[in-house]
Design a protein around this ligand. Structure first.
Ligand code: CTP
Ligand code: CA
Length: 227
């Protein structure tokens, strides 16, 4: 009860947030990447900090400044992000995985720059470890675990499947079909689905406001756990 009325409802709580893209090296000068800006994850880290949480931000390469009073840990590859997230996971009450982790990485990294030769070039890739699913297997009843889903089709069903498969409390569905939503911009339109069958659709708004909506749900979940 007083948890909710407190100006700092997450005081004493530890939070882990992943953000940004990962980069998977092909050779010393090239990588496979994606268009994630990191803005959504950084906004969530900032919002959690504002509610009193001690926040660690595991960040792939971004152009963003570190949010005030957030402990930032930079990584490059999916494997490095897995190691960093695994290190902080157990001690964390709140875990939000907003990073756009590469699903595939080169099987071998060429030690020298690959020279231009034939018309076609094939690079053999292998699956990366699913960080969120790995953490989901270890989740305890005290933890709030939140994932994101980026879908272009069959959105709700795909997001619900991910929520179940990865053992999450909430999944934030980012629709690529909405104008003004997605990777690069400052706005987003999301639907949040919980593991009890509940669903909330939010309007198009700034990523900062979307972060506040998500963090409000997280604070309520933590309050319920602690009551
Ligand atoms: N994720 C992760 N590790 C990966 C891939 C994804 O932790 N190797 C996390 C993302 O941070 C996100 C969630 O899983 O919170 C869903 O990511 P998404 O790319 O939408 O789903 P995938 O499970 O990778 O499935 P697909 O890309 O095939 O839709
Ligand atoms: Ca993916």
């Amino acid at each position: 009860q007083h948890f909710f009325n407190s100006p700092l409802p997450l005081k004493g709580k530890k939070a882990l947030v992943s953000a940004g893209p990962t980069q998977e090296a092909i050779d010393p000068v090239r990588f496979i990447g994606n268009h994630s800006s990191g803005k959504m994850g950084y906004a969530i880290a900032s919002a959690l900090q504002s509610l009193g949480a001690t926040v660690t931000l595991i960040s792939g390469p971004t152009q963003l400044p570190t949010p005030p009073k957030v402990n930032r840990h930079d990584v490059t590859s999916a494997q490095e992000m897995l190691v960093a997230c695994s290190t902080y996971f157990e001690a964390s009450d709140i875990i939000v995985m907003s990073a756009a982790v590469a699903d595939y990485t080169p099987i071998e990294v060429a030690s020298q720059k690959i020279k231009k030769k034939d018309v076609n070039l094939e690079i053999a890739l292998k699956k990366t470890t699913d960080i969120l699913a790995t953490l989901g297997e270890k989740k305890t009843a005290k933890q709030t675990l939140v994932g994101f889903a980026l879908e272009t089709d069959n959105e709700l069903q795909n997001a619900k499947d991910k929520l179940k498969r990865k053992n999450l409390d909430y999944i934030v569905l980012n629709s690529m079909q909405d104008k003004g939503a997605g990777f690069a911009g400052d706005t987003n339109k999301v639907t949040v689905i919980d593991n009890k069958g509940g669903m909330q659709q939010f309007e198009l708004k700034s990523k900062k406001e979307v972060a506040n909506d998500i963090v409000t749900l997280i604070a309520a979940h933590q309050a319920a756990i602690n009551s």
